[in-house]
Design a protein around this ligand. Structure first.
Ligand code: HDD
Length: 688
């Protein structure tokens, strides 16, 4: 293959450097480069007179402002992105000829955008929703986009139904409510009348839909793709991103509150982690099935509402993505990036998954309206890092100055260039899959089982996770006004699990299901439960609630242990400024009870002490304890903090760590934070 263009981890950054503009310290000019002498007052006929149209600076400034907005994405409008690199652990040569998957240790620049699906661009981030997980690899053979989600299946099986699904989940058209929420009539009416959604709904009602962080969720390519190697041999492949920090979620009450306290919670978390140097790592895994084994499974491997259980088809880890650089400008990069599942490189090909096939049309089409014309590939963030040449010309905003007389193929005037490449030279050749059949508008019978894997998912959940699913259904269906739709949903999920359907029926005032055809599946897939994930203290945030007169040694030792464990710590007090502990130790407050909230932390450490307004100070600390307690978070109590704990509703139990002056306290506290949440705690009367 023609490898005259080399790519390394810095290739994209070097390319973007040509487009960066630093305005600080420069003279203000018009877009024509003319220096501006006045930017406060428009040109007027006299001090009190009308503005004159000849004021070109005024006209240019206002006109540009008037045109600042572009249409938001029709789905995935709210998103946040970062740059990074992908490093290959081992060569995938045996399976694919994709150049970026050949040499162990090779690095490819990437740009990754995470998003919610339903909400508009300014909506809250911790809503119950699927998260988009879109990665653009800038490879030496062109851009490869892996446009996935944080759930491995999808609501529908055929892309022709996508507008129906999205119309149903978006705010209802007559009153534009609710924003960024699936808890309303049209969504659940869609679900009950389109039962292929059953499996995805189980994921959507699970904790996966309220991630703690973009850094703590999995990503999935969802569809079955094809790897094709140099010899033309193909394998079916599914892609997985596994977060190094494990898969962790919020609890629903907390997620709802965060949307008020910090609607930017997820982007802030990602941004701050990268700024601190806590780079974000996901390992790339692949599941591979040989072509000959296509029909070996009791589900159709082309059906996007099905997983390949990891216990049946293991995930092979092949590399790691590290997000290590924030964007310079959110509009230029995050907003203008254009992903497309059809952006592939030689060695990666499609399958006949009817959802994937439809997506191949939709993405270019949407960029045309969103980015205003056919030249969006020239925007700096979308440009490949390898050269590109063809006979496409003109269109809105064209930047490239194509030199020469010829813009057609075939030609003699330019020696028939740009010329096509053979397969050996790296030309993309579609996999020659044999196809036969009649043109038909129907679904394969092998796509008809909607409930077995929904049941597999339910069986794989721990008791705590099942309880969360019941609560999520009860909340969502409780928001549905139509009793008929409530009943239809209850009846539908009796096909998954009668216990689940009955609990929901009870919560939402529906009849218990009668016509029961519960799925007989008894297997489970342990990989699906978040209780089996990695537990680490790294990057967890602790609020230390503190007033004057604290025990300096105690606080100092906990803070340094937490920092050593890779955690971060905020001292939260009554007001900004300095506090004094015993022995004249001084600390500076990072946040106040007014500026932060317990929902914004993974754990709290109650130091207490004295304050100007002791009553308010006590109330604030007790509020923190009560909230952290009911969200199952770790609560550390210093010797001076006991009185506050006693004044709260919290009870001793899992994740409540008393500092009795022993050496093991800090270690116990950190282990408890790493455990994420303490589900065995008595809250709302629910126990495992
Ligand atoms: Fe899609 C955006 C993921 C089905 C049509 N989709 C979009 C984004 C992600 C996904 C992550 C945001 C990309 C970004 O950050 O800019 N979409 C998926 C997954 C799907 C899926 C994992 C199923 C497996 N999508 C899907 C279907 C269609 C679309 C079936 C249409 C037939 N998706 C779009 C779109 C969007 C989009 C309208 C909106 C903005 C954009 O493309 O660039 O074309």
């Amino acid at each position: 293959m023609d490898r005259n263009h080399s790519v390394d981890a810095n290739s994209k950054d070097n390319q973007l450097e040509h487009y960066r503009s630093i305005d600080k310290g420069k003279k203000l000019t018009t877009n024509q480069g003319l220096k501006v002498s006045e930017d406060e007052h428009s040109l007027k006929a006299g001090y009190r007179g009308p503005t004159l149209i000849e004021d070109f600076h005024f006209r240019e400034k206002i006109t540009h402002f008037d045109h600042e907005r572009i249409p938001e994405r029709v789905v995935h409008a709210r998103g946040f992105a970062a740059h990074g690199e992908f490093e290959l652990y081992e060569s995938m040569k045996k399976y694919t000829k994709a150049a970026f998957l050949q040499e162990a240790g090779s690095k490819t620049p990437v740009f990754t955008r995470f998003s919610t699906v339903a909400g508009s661009r300014g909506s809250g981030e911790t809503v119950r929703d699927v998260r988009g997980f879109a990665v653009k690899f800038y490879t030496e053979e062109g851009n490869y986009d892996l446009v996935g989600n944080n759930m491995p299946v999808f609501f529908i099986q055929d892309a022709i139904k996508f507008p129906d699904l999205i119309h149903a989940v978006k705010p209802e058209p007559h009153n534009e409510m609710p924003q960024a929420a699936s808890a309303h009539d049209t969504f659940w009416d869609f679900v009950a009348n389109n039962q292929e959604s059953a499996h995805m709904i189980m994921w959507h009602m699970s904790d996966r839909a309220i991630p703690r962080s973009f850094r703590m969720m999995e990503g999935f390519g969802v569809h079955t793709f094809r790897f094709v190697n140099e010899e033309g041999l193909a394998h079916f492949v599914k892609f997985h991103w596994k977060p190094k920090l494990g898969v962790h979620s919020l609890v629903w009450d907390e997620a709802q509150k965060i949307n008020g306290k910090d609607p930017d919670f997820h982007r802030r978390d990602l941004w701050e982690a990268i700024e601190r140097g806590d780079f974000v790592e996901f390992e790339l895994g692949v599941q591979l099935i040989e072509e000959k084994d296509e029909f070996m499974f009791d589900f159709d491997i082309l059906d996007p509402t099905k997983i390949w259980p990891e216990e049946q088809v293991p995930v092979k880890i092949i590399g790691k993505m590290t997000l290590n650089r924030n964007v310079d400008n959110v509009f230029a990069e995050t907003e203008q990036v254009a992903f497309h599942p059809g952006n592939v490189v030689p060695g990666i090909d499609f399958t006949n998954d009817p959802l994937l096939q439809g997506r191949l049309f939709s993405y270019t089409d949407t960029q045309l309206i969103r980015l205003g014309g056919p030249n969006f590939h020239e925007l700096p963030i979308n440009r490949p890092v390898c050269p590109f040449h063809n006979n496409q010309r003109d269109g809105y905003g064209r930047q490239t100055i194509n030199v020469g007389q010829v813009s057609y193929h075939k030609n003699s005037l330019a020696d028939n260039t740009p010329s096509v490449s053979s397969e050996e030279e790296g030309g993309y050749v579609h996999y020659q899959e044999k196809i036969e059949g009649r043109k038909i508008q129907a679904r394969s019978e092998s796509f008809a089982d909607h409930f077995s894997q929904a049941k597999l998912f339910w069986n794989s959940m721990s008791l705590t996770e099942k309880k969360h699913i019941v609560d999520a259904f009860s909340f969502e269906i409780g928001k549905v006004k139509s009793m008929s739709v409530r009943q239809q949903v209850v009846d539908m999920f009796a096909n998954v699990d009668v216990g689940l359907a009955t609990a929901v029926a009870e919560a939402v005032g529906a009849e218990f299901p009668t016509d029961i055809k519960e799925s007989p599946v008894t297997e489970s897939s342990p990989a699906l439960s978040q209780l089996n994930t990695t537990m680490l203290p790294d990057t967890r945030k602790v609020a230390i609630l503190i007033g004057n007169g604290f025990d300096g040694k105690e606080v100092e030792s906990l803070v340094s242990s937490c920092l050593n464990a890779g955690m971060s710590v905020d001292l939260v007090g009554e007001k900004f400024g300095v506090l004094y502990g015993e022995g004249d130790l001084m600390v500076e407050i990072d946040e106040t009870f007014l500026t932060v909230h317990p929902t914004l932390y993974d754990a709290i450490y109650v130091v207490g002490g004295e304050a100007d307004n002791m009553k308010k100070f006590t109330m604030d600390i007790v509020d923190f304890i009560n909230e952290a307690y009911k969200h199952y978070k770790t609560i550390g109590i210093a010797s001076t903090g006991k009185v506050f704990f006693e004044a709260s509703d919290a009870e001793m139990g899992a994740g409540i760590i008393m500092n009795e002056g022993s050496d093991v306290f800090a270690g116990d506290f950190i282990d408890a934070v790493a455990a994420h949440r303490h589900w065995s705690r008595k809250v709302y009367g629910w126990e495992e």
